[in-house]
Write a protein that binds this ligand. Sequence first.
Ligand SMILES: Cc1cc2nc3c(=O)[nH]c(=O)nc-3n(C[C@H](O)[C@H](O)[C@H](O)COP(=O)(O)OP(=O)(O)OC[C@H]3O[C@@H](n4cnc5c(N)ncnc54)[C@H](O)[C@@H]3O)c2cc1C
Length: 484
Amino acid sequence: MSDMPERRMIDMLHTNATVDRRDLVSLRELIRGRTLHPGDEGFEEAGSGWLLTVEHRPAVVVVAADADDVAAAVRFAAEAGFPVAVQSTGHGKSVPADGAVFIATGQLRELSVDPRARTARIGAGLRWGEVLAAAAEHGLAPLCGSSAQVGVMGYLTGGGLPLTGRTYGFAADHVRSLDIVTADGLLRTVSPAQEPDLFWAVRGGKSNFGVVVAAEIELLPLRTVYGGELWYPGEDPTHAAHVLGSYLAWAKEQPEEMSSSVTLMRLPDAPQLPEEFRGRSFIQIRVVYTGGEEQGARLVEPLRALGPEDKDNCAALPYTQITEIYQDPRNPVSAHLRSALLRELDDEAVAELVSFIDPSNSGGPFPGIELRHLGGALNRPPGRPHAVSTQGAAFHLWLRMPAPAERAEAARTAADEVLERLRPWDTGAMLPGFLFDHDSAPERVRRAYTEASHQRLSTLKATYDPNQLFRINHNIPPSGPGTS
Ligand SMILES: Cc1cc2nc3c(=O)[nH]c(=O)nc-3n(C[C@H](O)[C@H](O)[C@H](O)COP(=O)(O)OP(=O)(O)OC[C@H]3O[C@@H](n4cnc5c(N)ncnc54)[C@H](O)[C@@H]3O)c2cc1C
């Protein structure tokens, strides 16, 4: 930290027992970046983000310019008794950051690639699209997920389920070190050699252990993949069951180089949709193959034989275009997002899933019931252990229900119904990276970890954040000696 803010901070903390608005305003003097208060221009915007269903009303927003700003904000909050919230893009909002010191990381824009070491150093304000582009200049690739807009640090601290996950495992497996500001305001570098317990915990523990300001990750020598999407008509339940059942049988036989997903869709008859999609049901299969074009095309042949509607764009494509296979929405959305980890799916599961997109059934629309195929490297212990695990699941289910204010309750009810009807195949486990606002209760957060990992995380929370400074998140309460 530079001298001036540090000294000012210490003076301030020694002279103020309680904090009032004047003290909050004085936080501005500690911060090189911007400090925004309710009513300030930019306050609303800095605290908003991609997922519109959660609204934050922080006490103050700190738009950090560097790691020193993050440390100063954390120390200020700790001394003054404010919780700390951290946000990059707002794709993974969980708990409203009301009354918090809200650290916006968007200006932490460090990005460098070491082509010889095949690594990248990435600041907490970067999105995957930016890292994809920088790595590609050297023929290298990061393990990103389906959206180029998702923030690097929210994704990595949630484990990171990449589109090539069956080949390479979780993105967290490929993190070499993290720079993190912990609740004591210290900036630490954690790695397998330095504070390995904390390094383990942050990869999966999200913001429970501090604010990550930068990460060093491994890159892969991957210029192209074979991939794309195939769409099948989904209105006829017999045909839909045949397509889905055939996909599941196909997926089981695939080598680890093949990662894939299937999405069931029953779209509303809405004028904003292109005419050919209105009121229709589809099954959409997406594939990403890391083993070469020729072999990829051969492996996809059985899916082509199932007769996709004219949309089949599987081909060799530059790795920089990998997220275009998914085409996640770029603009902010009001959505109700839910997830689950499922075991192997049998014929009864197929019938249940297909019933959601059968137009003769009531309910819906169900525009996005996605099943991502797990296994391969995802289900093996990682080389650099972390707190994330599929817990042996075969598929990751992700439900995305549009939830504008007037449909919010209906979206929740519909999502509840899907999950209830799939309960026989639900392992009860979840991935930390796919917890959203519905999942903030401790019993739901617990599902994202094995019992042993949750216990270890709680013990480490008691060491690194016993006073729960970082509680505006999917919270892991501290446990162990000295906690109740
Ligand atoms: C459209 C979409 C597609 C997605 N695709 C995938 C996918 O393919 N694979 C996958 O694994 N996940 C995926 N996700 C989930 C995504 O990884 C999480 O929602 C992630 O938390 C988003 O991170 P963010 O920084 O963009 O969001 P934010 O809302 O800014 O952050 C979410 C949370 O991450 C934590 N966090 C953020 N920054 C920091 C930091 N610097 N230090 C410590 N903690 C921090 C905080 O707890 C914060 O509340 C997707 C999400 C969406 C909405």
